[in-house]
Design a protein around this ligand. Structure first.
Ligand SMILES: NC(=O)c1ccc[n+]([C@@H]2O[C@H](COP(=O)([O-])OP(=O)(O)OC[C@H]3O[C@@H](n4cnc5c(N)ncnc54)[C@H](OP(=O)(O)O)[C@@H]3O)[C@@H](O)[C@H]2O)c1
Length: 332
């Protein structure tokens, strides 16, 4: 930070982070990326949102992940991000990988949801306006749409790249078979899929059942969301339910009953983490990073201290067979 209050990024930022190649592409992504699903809406502190982004970038996190509907209200995360870009990151655009998505309900009527050309083109135009950008680095189809021909959705992703509105395209929440079909279509069109964004954590291991192999064989990267199961895979709930936590605040996506149900497993995993000289959040992240098919782990954070804490996970991503076996026993 300079004297006048203008943000100047930490000069040592690129020594603090490791970068992995995204599939067969030319693009490197940081081992940790920051998502703006929560904590960047209109009900959140703008000052805190600015600090989160600066803290991430100062530590080599070059990738920020958004979607048309992140808020509240839907669109607010992109608008707030656009304001912060203008204030703090004007000189750093070429050092950032910014992604957005469309695929969930965004506006009323038949053209504000799913996977049609009409929806995806309009939605990306709106996202670019909200963020005040000429292009995003990655544009995702957010979830599969069984009622739109895959050719139409993939053709639209290809068009968006040819129009210069996105540099790369990705898919999120696609199952292995539909992902494979989509990758083939995209390749044929000349816009290979860069990356797939699935949920993956100690508590949700569906990607191990085929998807990661498909990604590896297709030369497509993997960026995993909710690696901490929205905060459950941390030590924050071990001694009760903190008032400022996602489970207690008004998130429709995590509630205190879900946390209480998982508490025995959380406690047991915490013991393994301690023996590794990590806290649970760090172990949960390094457990994902142990697999070199993974390009990046996409964290969320409500406090800068959480980003600083989670980054330490990259220092120890090797697990012994005994540790892995104990983890598997707990998760059975
Ligand atoms: N493609 C999709 O369909 C999809 C879906 C969901 C998410 N995503 C992406 O993935 C990103 C991450 O998702 P997520 O927010 O669910 O990820 P997460 O990393 O599993 O959870 C983040 C939450 O965990 C807590 N936390 C983080 N670091 C911590 C630490 N070191 N110690 C203690 N607590 C910590 C914080 O909760 P508190 O708020 O309680 O402090 C934080 O808000 C999103 O922002 C979005 O970009 C994509």
């Amino acid at each position: 930070m300079s004297k006048k209050g203008k943000y100047i990024a930490d000069e040592g930022r690129y020594d603090k982070m490791k970068y992995r190649r995204t599939g067969n592409s030319g693009l490197l992504l940081p081992e940790l990326s920051l998502g703006l699903w929560h904590n960047f809406g209109d009900n959140d502190s703008f000052k805190n949102a600015r600090n989160l982004l600066k803290c991430a970038f100062d530590n080599g996190i070059t990738h920020f992940d958004l979607a048309n509907n992140y808020g509240p209200l839907p669109g607010a995360a992109e608008s707030n991000f656009g304001k912060i870009l203008k204030k703090d990151f004007k000189n750093y655009r070429d050092e950032l990988i910014i992604s957005s998505k469309a695929g969930f309900g965004m506006w009323p009527g038949p053209y504000g949801d799913n996977g049609s050309k009409k929806y995806l083109i309009s939605s990306l135009d709106q996202s670019l306006k909200r963020m005040n950008l000429d292009y995003v680095d990655i544009f995702y189809h957010h979830r599969p749409d069984p009622n739109t021909p895959l050719e139409e959705t993939m053709g639209t992703l290809d068009l968006i790249v040819r129009q210069g509105k996105a540099l790369y395209v990705g898919l999120s929440n696609y199952q292995p078979k539909e992902a494979e079909k989509a990758f083939k279509l995209l390749k044929k069109l000349g816009t290979p899929c860069l990356i797939h964004q699935p949920r993956y954590s100690l508590f949700d291991r569906w990607v191990e059942d085929g998807l990661l192999n498909v990604l590896e064989n297709s030369g497509v990267g993997a960026i995993c969301f909710s690696p901490l199961a929205q905060g459950m895979l941390t030590d924050k709930y071990l001694n009760g339910l903190p008032k400022d936590s996602r489970a207690v605040k008004d998130s429709p996506f995590l509630n205190s009953n879900q946390v209480l149900e998982m508490l025995p497993k959380i406690n047991a995993l915490n013991e393994i983490a301690k023996n590794r000289n990590q806290n649970l959040a760090q172990m949960a992240i390094s457990w994902i990073l142990k697999d070199d098919r993974i390009t990046s782990v996409l964290i969320g954070a409500s406090k800068t201290s959480q980003i600083l804490d989670s980054i330490k996970a990259t220092e120890n991503t090797i697990f012994s067979d005994e540790e892995l076996a104990s983890i598997n026993t707990i998760l059975k």
